[in-house]
Design a protein around this ligand. Sequence first.
Ligand SMILES: [Zn+2]
Length: 234
Amino acid sequence: MPHLPVRPFRELFQLFFPALCCHCGEPLVGDETDLCTSCLAQMPWAHNAATPDNEVEKRFIGRVPCQSAASLLVFHQGGVAQSIVHHIKYYGNLRLARQFGLLLGKELLESGRFGDVDCLVPVPLHPLRKMRRGYNQSQLLCQAIAETLRIPVVTNNLVRRRYTTSQTHKSRQDRMDNMQEVFAVRHPEQFADRHILLVDDIITTGATTENCYHALSGIPGLRISIASLASTAF
Ligand SMILES: [Zn+2]
């Protein structure tokens, strides 16, 4: 069987259809994938995993009694973190999800503050939305984090039972009203005396995480930590 000249074909293809940076839209060159060197250089790393009482933890004071919380990136409207979240969430960029999930997992591991977490729990999508999208972006992140932390991902216990409409243009109170009793736990005993890491793609007001906690509260001995790919600045 003849050896196909894959590289020349790929280079010819890229000449006419160049891969573009998912943030600035400039053509990628050399070994660049998904993001150009310039956008990588301006990545808004949060670097808060190792810091007690960090910005993410402060957001949940009086709302969710969490052991530790961290985000990998700081989210700004129109910023590179928004592009990454959108490309994972709406364009199914699995490579970005794995790349940044691994980076988040590494930060959590190196911080030494998430070492006794028993399992990863992605914030669930409603089954109908998951079916339409084809995947749950938080679950993709969990799968990459799990490679680093070497703990299981539990996807079938915390479930979303109401299909909520978009939260984007709602006020904080409307969001809270919209999220009441959205989540439920199928087998509370499975989480008893465990330390779970609740993982979401982005934390804004924290309302989604807080409503997950409402479903989880009351489970004896349960401890909760929180991690997200990005969180908005205060
Ligand atoms: Zn770029």
